[in-house]
Design a protein around this ligand. Structure first.
Ligand code: GLC
Length: 755
C-alpha cells in the first residue's frame, strides 16, 4: 500500500511539474504575452528575482572580478533557478552543460539567456567598429554584424552586448574604437544597421541573437577622456546628440535590450536613474525590452556616494527600472527581502521579469533551450570562408586615404626596392584590436603576410618595438618602449630603398575599455623613428594602425602618403596591401575628427557658433595662441585615387516641411572610385542654438572615370527639427543653410527658408 501511495505522489508531482511548462508557441505577440503571463503566475518571488540576476562565467573577466565568496554559489544558484542569464560562457557544449543545470534542475526549468561581447566579429574578426564606421557602408556594416551573429550563435550564444552607440568627441577616451564616432546621424544609422545584423528577421532562428544598445547614457562624454569619469552635460545635448542613436535602435530596429552606463546623468547614476530608464526609455520611447546594468554598475553606486550599501543598491536600481543585475549580486541577495519589506513593489519585479521572459520567448529558448547548442554547426560555421571574404571586404572599405602627394599611391609592383619598417608590420595581434573577446590572439593576417601573398619583394626592419612588458593582459604593466637600438638597421635599409612603407601606431590593447590616453601622438619612439627615416628617404608611405584618431600633424606636414588603417581584424594584411597596390581604391571617410594636438580635444565639426564665431583680426574669439583651432582632418574627410567634382547644387522647398536637394557629382580622375556624398544643414536662428552644421544625409556612390550622377536628398521634419531642453521636438520656420560635399569642410552651399 505504502509503495502505491508514493507512486501516486510521484505521479502527481510529475504532473504538477509538467504543468509548470509553458503552453506551446502558436505565434503572435498576444500569444507571447499570454505565455509570459502564464509562466509568471507560476513563479515564486525567489524565482522571479532569479531571472533578474546575471552571473559571469569562467572564461573572460570583463570587469572587476567578484570576491571569491560571491562566485562559489553560482552553480547552486543556477540549479535553484536563481540565475536568469550568464555572460562570458561560450562554446556549444559548454553552454549546453550550463543550460542543462537550469532547465533540468530548477523547479520550472526556465532556460537562461547567454550574453557575450560580440563587438566586431566573433571568431572571424571584422575591423573595430570605428573603422567600420569609416566605410559609411550601411549594407556592409549590417552584413558584418550578421556574420558575427552567425558565429556567436554557433557557439551557443543568443545575446550580444552590442552595438555600443555612444557618441564621443574625445579621442583620449579608449572606447571610441567601439563606437561609430562623433556624429549623431551617422551613429544612429550605423547603430540601426548593427542591430538589424545581429537580430536578423527572425529572432527565434538559431543564427540570430538579441542586440543591446549601450551604454545608456552619455558615457562617451566622460570628462578629460578618462573612462568611468564624471559626465556632466546638459539636457539639450542628451536630446539632440546622445539619445537619437538609442531611440533609433528601438524605432527602426526593435532592439531587444539596453545596457545602462557607469556614469552619473545629471548627478544620478544611470543604473538608478528613473528619469532615464522609466520616464524616457520605457515611458516616452515605449521600450518593451529589458535593461541590464553594466558590470557591477549597481554595486558601484556605493562608490559614487549614491547608495548606502548593497541592499540600498538593489532598492534604487530595481525601482528605477534596471531590470537585470550584471555582477553586483545586489538583486540575488536583497531583492526578495526588499519586496517583503514593501520597499520594492512586487509589480516592479513582475515588470522586469515580464520583459526578460518575453525576450527569452522571442529567442525561442522555451521551445528549445538548446537551439543554439549544435556542435556540428559550430564546426561548420566558425571561420567560414564566406566570413573571411566579408571581413576582407569590410576591411578594405574601412581604410581612409589621408594624404597622397604626387600620386605616390597606388604603388606599382614593378621591382622597385621596397623597405618596410615598424613592428606593427609583422604584428598578427594588434590589428585584431580590443574587444576581440572570442577572437583568437595572433590570428590576424599581418601586413607582411599580405605583401607576401600579393607577391611583393621587400626588405623588413622592425625599427623599434611598441611596448615592453607583457604582450597581453594586464596591459597596465606595459610601457611604451624607449629602446632605439633598432633604428640603425632601419635607417640603413631605408637609405638603399626606393620606397619606404612605415607601419606605425598603437598596440591593439592600448585603446578600448579603460585605455584612455593623455597624448595622441605616435606612442613610444615611433615619431623619432619616422623622423630618422625621413632624414634619409622622403619617399615614405605611412600606414597608421590605431584604435582612435591620432594627432599625426608632423607626418601630415612631411610625409607624402598617409593611410589610416585602424585595426582591421582578421584580414588586415590583405586589405592594406590591396589598397596600397590599387586593387581597391580607398573610399573611407573619417567618422571622427583628427586633432592637430591633444590640447584641442574635444574637437568636432558640429560645434555651436558661439557669440564670437571668428576668426576675426583681433584676439577676442575662440582660438589658441599656440595652435590652430582647425582640425588636422575634419569629420567626413577621406581621399581617393581618383577625384570628384561637385556642381549644380539645387535646393527646392516643397512645402509641408519638405525640402529637396540635388547635386551633380563627377569622377574627374582616371580610375573608378567610390564617393560618400554628404549633406549638412544649419538652422540659422532657433529657440535653442543649433550647430553651425549637422549631417542629415549621405549616399555612397560608385563612378567610372568621367561618369557623373545626380544625387538627390529629401529633407523632412526628422532632419529639420530639434529638441529643446525639456525634450520637446520642434520645427521652426526661418532661414536654413544647406551644404553638400565630400567632407564637413569642402562643401557647396545653398539656402532655403522654411515658411
Ligand atoms: C564591461 C563593459 C560593457 C560590457 C560588459 C560585459 O565593463 O562596460 O560594455 O558589455 O562589461 O562584458
Amino acid at each position: 500500500m505504502k509503495i502505491l501511495k508514493y507512486t501516486m505522489l510521484i505521479m502527481i508531482m510529475m504532473a504538477l511539474s509538467w504543468s509548470c511548462q509553458v503552453p506551446n508557441d502558436t505565434g503572435g505577440s498576444a500569444d507571447l504575452d499570454s505565455r509570459v503571463e502564464s509562466l509568471l503566475k507560476q513563479m515564486t518571488l525567489e524565482e522571479k528575482v532569479g531571472q533578474m540576476n546575471q552571473y559571469n562565467g569562467f572564461y573572460d573577466v570583463t570587469g572587476p572580478a567578484p570576491s571569491a565568496g560571491d562566485a562559489k554559489n553560482k552553480y547552486e544558484h543556477i540549479k535553484k533557478g536563481l540565475v536568469g542569464s550568464m555572460l562570458n560562457v561560450r562554446g556549444a557544449s559548454e553552454v549546453r552543460k550550463m543550460q542543462a543545470l537550469a532547465v533540468d534542475s530548477s523547479r520550472l526549468g526556465i532556460p537562461m539567456i547567454f550574453g557575450f561581447d560580440v563587438i566586431h566579429g566573433h571568431k572571424t574578426l571584422s575591423p573595430i567598429p570605428l573603422a567600420e564606421a569609416a566605410s559609411w557602408d550601411l549594407e556592409a556594416i549590417e552584413k558584418s554584424a550578421r556574420i558575427a551573429a552567425i558565429e556567436a550563435s554557433a557557439e551557443g550564444l543568443n545575446w550580444t552586448f552590442a552595438p555600443m552607440v555612444d557618441i564621443s568627441r574625445d579621442a583620449r577616451w579608449g572606447r571610441v574604437m567601439e563606437g561609430a564616432g562623433e556624429d549623431t546621424y551617422l551613429g544612429a544609422k550605423i547603430g540601426v544597421a548593427r542591430v538589424k545584423g545581429f537580430q536578423g528577421d527572425d529572432l527565434s532562428a538559431n543564427n540570430t541573437i538579441a542586440a543591446c544598445a549601450k551604454h545608456f547614457a552619455g558615457y562617451g562624454f566622460a570628462e578629460s577622456g578618462k573612462d568611468y569619469n564624471t559626465v556632466d552635460v546638459g539636457s539639450v545635448s542628451y536630446y539632440n546628440v546622445i539619445f537619437p542613436p538609442f531611440k533609433a535602435a528601438i524605432d527602426e530596429a526593435d532592439v531587444k535590450t539596453f545596457m545602462n552606463s557607469f556614469n552619473i546623468v545629471n548627478g544620478v547614476p544611470a543604473t538608478a536613474n528613473t528619469y532615464l530608464q522609466r520616464e524616457v526609455l520605457k515611458g516616452k520611447w515605449g521600450f518593451k525590452g529589458f535593461v541590464i546594468s553594466d558590470w557591477s554598475s549597481g554595486r558601484e553606486m556605493i562608490d559614487h556616494g549614491y547608495a548606502r550599501d548593497l541592499e540600498h543598491v538593489a532598492e534604487l536600481a530595481a525601482n528605477a527600472g534596471s531590470d537585470m543585475d550584471m555582477e553586483s549580486y545586489a538583486y540575488v541577495k536583497h531583492l526578495v527581502d526588499l519586496v517583503k519589506a514593501g520597499k520594492v513593489k512586487e509589480s516592479v519585479v513582475d515588470d522586469a521579469v515580464r520583459r526578460i521572459l518575453r525576450v527569452k520567448f522571442e529567442l525561442g529558448l522555451f521551445d528549445d533551450p538548446y537551439r543554439y547548442c549544435d556542435e556540428a554547426r559550430e564546426k561548420e560555421l566558425i571561420y567560414h570562408p564566406d566570413h573571411m571574404a566579408a571581413a576582407l571586404d569590410m576591411a578594405k572599405k574601412s581604410i581612409v586615404l589621408l594624404k597622397n602627394e604626387n600620386k605616390l599611391l597606388p604603388l606599382q609592383n614593378d621591382g622597385r626596392k621596397i623597405a618596410v619598417i615598424g613592428s606593427l608590420a609583422q604584428d598578427k595581434d594588434s590589428p585584431l584590436g580590443n574587444w576581440r573577446m572570442a577572437g583568437e590572439d595572433n590570428t590576424a593576417v599581418s601586413f607582411l603576410e599580405g605583401l607576401d601573398a600579393y607577391g611583393v619583394d621587400y626588405k623588413y626592419a622592425k625599427g623599434a618595438e611598441l611596448i615592453t612588458g607583457p604582450t597581453a593582459f594586464p596591459v597596465e604593466l606595459q610601457v611604451n618602449t624607449t629602446d632605439k637600438s633598432g633604428f640603425k638597421e632601419a635607417i640603413r635599409l631605408a637609405k638603399k630603398s626606393d620606397v619606404v612603407i612605415m607601419v606605425l601606431g598603437e598596440h591593439g590593447l592600448h585603446s578600448g575599455e579603460a585605455r584612455s590616453r593623455a597624448h595622441l601622438g605616435l606612442p613610444g619612439v615611433q615619431q623619432e623613428l619616422l623622423e630618422a627615416v625621413y632624414k634619409v628617404n622622403k619617399n615614405i608611405v605611412l600606414v597608421v594602425m590605431s584604435g582612435r584618431p591620432l594627432a599625426i600633424t608632423w607626418a601630415d606636414e612631411h610625409i607624402p602618403a598617409i593611410v589610416e588603417a585602424w585595426q582591421l581584424g582578421t584580414q588586415t594584411g590583405h586589405a592594406i596591401t590591396q589598397v596600397l597596390y590599387g586593387e581597391y581604391n580607398p573610399s573611407g571617410k573619417i567618422p571622427m575628427t583628427f586633432p592637430r594636438h591633444v590640447g584641442q580635444v574635444p574637437i568636432y565639426y558640429n560645434q555651436y557658433r558661439t557669440g564670437r564665431p571668428g576668426p576675426k583680426n583681433e584676439v577676442f574669439w575662440p582660438h589658441y595662441m599656440d595652435e590652430s583651432e582647425k582640425p588636422l582632418y575634419p569629420f567626413g574627410y577621406g581621399l581617393s585615387y581618383t577625384t570628384f567634382a561637385y556642381s549644380d547644387l539645387n535646393v527646392e522647398v516643397k512645402g509641408n516641411n519638405k525640402v529637396e536637394v540635388s547635386v551633380n557629382v563627377t569622377n574627374t580622375g582616371e580610375v573608378a572610385g567610390e564617393e560618400v556624398v554628404q549633406l549638412y544643414i544649419n538652422d540659422e536662428v532657433a529657440s535653442v542654438v543649433r550647430p553651425i552644421k549637422e549631417l542629415k544625409g549621405f549616399e555612397k556612390i560608385s563612378l567610372e572615370p568621367n561618369e557623373y550622377k545626380q544625387i538627390k536628398f529629401t529633407i523632412g521634419e526628422k532632419e529639420l527639427g530639434f529638441y529643446n531642453g525639456e525634450g520637446k521636438f520642434l520645427i521652426e520656420q526661418g532661414a536654413f543653410k544647406v551644404f553638400v560635399g565630400t567632407n564637413s569642410e569642402e562643401l557647396l552651399e545653398g539656402e532655403f527658408v522654411l515658411e
